[in-house]
Design a protein around this ligand. Sequence first.
Ligand code: NAP
Length: 527
Amino acid sequence: MQSREYDNELTYLTHDQADSVAAFHRAYEDAVESVRADLGQSHPLLIDGEDAETDDSFTVYNPGDRTVEIGEFAAGGEADVDAAVSAATAASSSWEATDVDARVEIFQDAAEIMRDRKFELAAALSLENGKNRTEAMADVDEAIDFLDFYAGELERAGGYEFDTGEPTPGQHTTNLLRPYGVFGVISPFNFPMALFVGMASGAMIAGNTVVAKPASTTPLTAHLFVDVLHEAGLPDGVINLVTGGGSDVGQPLVEHEDVHGVAFTGSRNVGTRIQETFMELGKRGPVIAELGGKNPVIVSDTADVDDAVSGVKNGAFSFSGQKCSATSRVYVHEDVIDEFTDKLVAQTEELTIGQATERETFVSPLIDDSALEYYQEITEQAREDGTVLTGGNVVTDGEYADGRFVEPTVVTDIPHEHDLAREEHFLPFVTIHPISDLEEGIEKSNDSEYGLCAGLFSQDDEEIDRWFDEVESGMTYVNRTQSATTGALVQAQPFGGWKFSGTTGKFAGGYWYLQQFMREQSRTRVE
Ligand code: NAP
């Protein structure tokens, strides 16, 4: 096995280890004040390095306080997508011809600019999508890691070009990876910085130009990153930002004949539809799609139950379960299920629900009204078909009145086959199921169309080895109290899904990610 190390950004941990957590909080709180003072501006599209106005616009509000306007954003349409794709096409050959060192330097400089501004970026992210301060910072950290790691990989691979010599007399051969041309990049709301940056920079570092469409709930974060890129010297037209709705901007972007590949992270429905569209239109480029999850955790009778409770609580309820990697179904050995469930319920009831920017907040607001309605629907269903042990209510009193706050919810007595235990909810909602042994736990864990993240709590080496070998999941974690299923690091824990959780089998932040944005060319020249 090869071995390689990488220094992740890990801002909060670094402050913690240096005994400077107070400074972390002060810097974040100062940044929140200054970002707040700047909210409410108008943001046009960005095409070929220029602002582009549109007739329509949409307003984004803070999900924790809908009286706070984040900004007014241009609502693009098909004509804007056309203009952006033309700009990306025009910039394509000179960007491909830009030498590797120059390309690497731009993205390393962008990482450095983000490092300098990380508190401001994290504060903006908290206000826009409701992520609490440590998680908002982790989102920004991950984005910095993506820039730094992918740039480093391009450099290490020498631009993916090999002189393959003179295999037969007089024939000189070269083998290289080349960009496809123009990529559409479509990102979700829940990691608005990391995933937007990761996909867009992956495409661009590989030599493609990009038309990017962020989630309609998180366009500010995308603007902030594009500003950073231009400050770092990215040439005009290499990234073009078209904000607007999924069917108004995302769909025409996917269907555009000059868009050669798409990098998408989001729901399974939209992702598989994008793949089908590519096939129907006879497009040959890649659809690099990271999709949903229904992430199982097994708690064995040999587990440290307190560790398991901590891992499940953090995995299920951080960022209110709005993570593709959120723990959503837990299979607990019947000998320990009562102890596990009682402790999980007690600790869940102690979690602080609140505004993202408040220091104590663990459970943050939901992103939009449809998430709130879905929460009401599934908790009602859980009351009818199972037992809601804690949670299940929308919180609307006092300081919560203007936000979308809900209680973290623990449910039992739901059959493993029930929709509540099979479908992704993307909410703070977890179901607990009894099992009689590891085999049953593995069988039920694998009985899912998804295969993103999975966890195990066990003190038995044989169980652990067997589980690693048999569980059908892209990311696998054993005895992780920090979180049973969430919180992957670039390079160390590349992130992607099996089955319907992803389309490529190659993971973001891993050694085989960048190559997906390129195709191979073998060059033979007779001399
Ligand atoms: P989503 O509704 O699928 O939206 C994702 C993006 O697709 C948004 O930019 C959205 O635009 C756009 N979109 C919507 N309809 C479209 C269409 N017809 N054509 C093209 N683009 C379209 O997902 P989300 O609610 O933002 O995020 C949650 C989902 O993402 C969950 O399923 C989660 O598991 C998944 N996710 C997966 C990973 C992973 O790495 N596997 C990571 C994070 C999230 P609008 O915002 O304008 O609708």
